[in-house]
Design a protein around this ligand. Structure first.
Ligand SMILES: Nc1c(NC[C@H](O)[C@H](O)[C@H](O)CO)[nH]c(=O)[nH]c1=O
Ligand SMILES: CC(=O)[C@@H](O)COP(=O)(O)O
Length: 148
């Protein structure tokens, strides 16, 4: 039975979420191979990045997934709301993986503009969705290495 993964996506910016999900799915599919014909990752959606940690915790504790990739985009506005959303998403996601031992990655764009977000979701800068899945795969490889 090939490993299964969860992608938890904040859809505050729908188009950016779709780009990030596609990147994560591509990475998980490459890691799993063709046996998972319907794709090795299940996608769960939440309204915004602030909800990512609890959804990731639910997925990690379900026992169904080898790892969880969290994706989303937070774009700075006029107030300090950006700081609170980003900070709590990052802190919460990190706590999930430390508490559960299930690799749970941070693929949340924290940017000042839509252009910056587009460039980092499969544009000319990077694909943070793919990187989030890559990080899950890498942590699972560390565990396999330690298991001998
Ligand atoms: N401004 C952005 C948000 N804000 C919403 C919060 O994440 C949260 O859903 C709300 O406070 C209710 O708890 N979320 C993003 O993902 N991106 C943003 O730019
Ligand atoms: C990141 C945010 O929450 C942001 O979109 C909110 O915008 P504002 O700070 O102008 O209220």
């Amino acid at each position: 039975m090939s490993q299964r993964y969860a992608i938890v996506a904040a859809t505050f910016y729908r188009d950016l979420a779709d780009r990030l999900i596609a990147g994560a799915q591509a990475s998980f599919a490459e890691a799993t191979g063709p046996e998972a014909a319907d794709g090795p990752a299940d996608v769960y959606e939440v309204p915004g990045a602030f909800e990512l940690p609890l959804a990731a915790k639910m997925a990690a504790e379900s026992g169904r997934y080898a790892g969880v990739a969290c994706v989303g985009a937070v774009i700075r506005g006029e107030t300090d709301h950006y700081d609170w959303v980003c900070g709590e998403a990052a802190r919460g996601i990190q706590q999930v993986q430390l508490d559960t031992g299930v690799p749970t990655s941070f693929g949340v764009l924290t940017v000042d503009s839509m252009d910056q977000a587009l460039a980092r979701s499969g544009g000319d800068k990077r694909d943070s969705g793919r990187h989030a899945a890559d990080a899950v795969i890498a942590l699972l490889a560390v565990r396999r290495g330690l298991a001998g």
